[in-house]
Design a binder for this molecule. Sequence first.
Ligand code: KG4
Ligand code: ZN
Length: 346
Amino acid sequence: MNIILAIESSCDETAAAVCIDGRIISNIIATQKIHEQYGGVVPELASREHMKNIVPVVDEALAKANISLQDIDAIAFTQAPGLIGALLVGAQFAKSISLALDKPLIAVHHMQAHVLSNLIEDPKPAFPFLCLTVSGGHTQIVECKSPLDMKVIGQTIDDAAGEAFDKSAKLLGLPYPGGPLIDKYAASGNPNAYKFPEPKIEGLNFSFSGLKTSILYFLKNAGTSNVFKEEFLATVEERKNFIDENIADICASIQHRIVSILLNKLKKASEQTGIKNICIAGGVSANKGLRVGLDELGKKMGWNTFIPKFEYCTDNAAMIAITAYYKFLEKDFVGLDVVPSAKAEW
Ligand code: KG4
Ligand code: ZN
């Protein structure tokens, strides 16, 4: 039997989970509300919140799993990528426990963990599988051959999909994070009401920055054009009225374009690799348009599709714990001199 305690602190979620023999027994998350008023995550505030939250969150994870700290066989933490000050809190905490209890330390890559969130519950995808990881910070297509053998075959060259949702929402005057709100309004709108351009990017990479510019001009022109045209420029009031009257159609059209960019590349990746086990992960996989779109495309393409439960899609420690479980089996441990990293190639 092996018991692993895992900690996630890469961004604005302080999380801890306990995994026993590859099964998640507890999964506790403290979401930091403080950032809402600033319209985005403030790194220094995130670090301070992690320091406040980490002890109660770990205590709760242990209590819910009905174990004490002395029972654990290893301690895992998110080493990269993320906000450096935020990562440091989790890393130092994990190192202290490793040193005090003389238990092995496991360093986990946050993006690999998002991919392996698909292995937390049944039915699990068979290997090899492709995973589209879509979050506020990342957009990647990963080819996964075994739990610890994966490579990125496509990624965004500018904004992440979640950022595309959040920045579009900001242009519409919606609060942060705007992704879920666009999803909500889109439900009653017409996805073909307005046409936003699909970027022409080679291979399996993504780009969302052009879409943002196109939406900006579309709103500046109160829906009359997607490009800069002096003669269409609307007043602030006209723009606001246009948004208020057409919010559902605008959101549905934006969502439709973001989802089609994602799914077209996923289709291409499946055709290129011949892999038909297809997963999605990350916060944006909560999006209904993406879920329905994946389901429809999957049926057409003969894919086996997988989407983790919502609590495992957004940042969480269960995905860190499941990744650590596979590393534990391989005795893939690190020393106390390990350092967290804001960016990490893999
Ligand atoms: O994975 P995540 O919780 O955090 C990281 O960025 O690592 O992802 C957060 C992102 C935000 O950009 C948020 O707007 C987006 O996921 N998101 C959504 C939805 N729910 C969360 N975007 C579109 N539709 C949703 N329902
Ligand atoms: Zn994440």
